[in-house]
Ligand binder design. Structure first.
Ligand SMILES: NC(=O)c1ccc[n+]([C@@H]2O[C@H](COP(=O)([O-])OP(=O)(O)OC[C@H]3O[C@@H](n4cnc5c(N)ncnc54)[C@H](O)[C@@H]3O)[C@@H](O)[C@H]2O)c1
Ligand SMILES: [Zn+2]
Length: 346
């Protein structure tokens, strides 16, 4: 079993191993030392994996209360958030009890946020079942729901008590959802270079346990240095400022991963224009993204995207902070304003 230790406001371990779903009960019993637990999942993941997790928890002596929600981003809303809280209360979870979030980023973010506020905070365990959740959303303690005005507008920092990742669960992901996660993996490769770049070189023989392990180690380092996202964690935004604008422009028809893939290529081209990297970086990035089923060309003109970038919630004042790649393993923060961007992309 590969284990990564995170030292943040709370210390916790991330375990990665094929077949881990069946051992979650025994591994959690000593850690949590409670009896009542909630198991929150979505309808798709419920059918595939909830029985195994539930069985494992029951065998370890937990009383399990399962809540199954519809699959999809719409579930990350205020109404479902209320439903989760009411469910915790109905199950009489106390401050020493805990919840398990079994699923992708939607279930993780929603359950995590509910645990951040229920009784002013109870513990939760992440069991990521998408590649995005495994390498990104399950680690770092950012929890949130969406509001009418936009995504992730209400949330809290609340670190999990543990993360149990079973990479075998990724085998049932639809191709497109898997590719979306690959965009985040490739983002880590651009940010950190080796060994991830080599691990990704041969897709047919990719060792996903190891790839997830390397990604999680990178995220762990950033979270430890900047738990509350005011500094280096900003680098994780590579491809995202432009990516969010692409998602918005498409009314979310272009998925997050695809948009981030295109956003990274645009960042590389901008970096080229500024003389911060040479064309070979854009070429190898494009090649890598294609190998993992991701697009690299924006269907929108830069003009339209700049407008979208201005409404990004991570923007400070009138300036934009873009993460630009210089070479595989090295990126820089580039501060710019709209005028300059317009000129660069003329
Ligand atoms: N908290 C953070 O730091 C952070 C970081 C990145 C993204 N996010 C959030 O994560 C969310 C996206 O997460 P996601 O991409 O995992 O989406 P998701 O949770 O909606 O999962 C995608 C789809 O895959 C299905 N699914 C999940 N696991 C499966 C499996 N093993 N086999 C088959 N189907 C499976 C789900 O039912 C769903 O339909 C967004 O809301 C985003 O804001 C949070
Ligand atoms: Zn992302």
């Amino acid at each position: 079993m590969a284990t990564v230790q995170v030292h943040a406001s709370k210390n916790y371990q991330i375990h990665i191993e094929n077949g881990l779903l069946d051992r979650i009960g025994s591994l959690s019993a000593e850690l949590l030392q409670c009896r009542n637990v909630a198991l929150v999942t979505d309808e798709t993941v419920d059918v595939l994996y909830a029985d195994r997790v539930e069985k494992s928890l029951l065998a370890a002596g937990f009383a399990v209360h399962k809540l199954v929600l519809p699959a999809g981003e719409e579930t990350k809303c205020l109404a479902r958030f209320g439903e989760v809280l009411e469910f915790f209360a109905e199950c009489r979870l106390t401050r020493t009890d805990a919840a398990f979030a079994l699923g992708g980023g939607v279930i993780g973010d929603l359950t995590g946020f509910a645990c951040a506020v229920y009784l002013r905070g109870i513990r939760y365990v992440q069991i990521p079942t998408t590649l995005l959740a495994a390498v990104d959303s399950s680690v770092g303690g950012k929890t949130a729901i969406d509001l009418q005005a936009g995504k992730n507008l209400a949330g809290a920092f609340h670190q999990p008590a543990a993360v149990f990742c079973d990479p075998e669960t990724l085998q049932t992901l639809p191709c497109e959802t898997f590719s979306d996660g690959c965009a985040e993996v490739i983002k880590y490769a651009v940010l950190d270079g080796e060994p991830l770049v080599s691990l990704l070189a041969d897709r047919a023989n990719a060792d996903w346990c190891n790839i997830i392990y390397e990604c999680v180690k990178i995220k762990k380092r950033m979270v430890e240095e900047d738990e509350f996202d005011t500094g280096v964690r900003m680098f994780l935004n590579l491809g995202h400022t432009v990516g969010h604008a692409i998602e918005k422009n498409s009314y979310f028809a272009i998925t997050h991963g695809k948009a981030v893939a295109i956003g990274m290529v645009i960042a590389a081209r901008l970096s080229e224009k500024l003389g911060l990297c040479d064309a070979s970086l854009t070429e190898s990035l494009t090649e890598l993204l294609h190998a993992y089923g991701l697009p690299t060309e924006s269907p929108y003109a830069m003009e339209d995207l700049i407008a979208g970038m201005l409404s990004d919630k991570k923007r400070k004042g009138n300036t934009l902070h873009l993460i630009l790649p210089q070479k595989m393993g090295k990126c820089t923060i580039y501060e710019t304003d709209v005028e300059v961007l317009h000129r660069l992309f003329e």
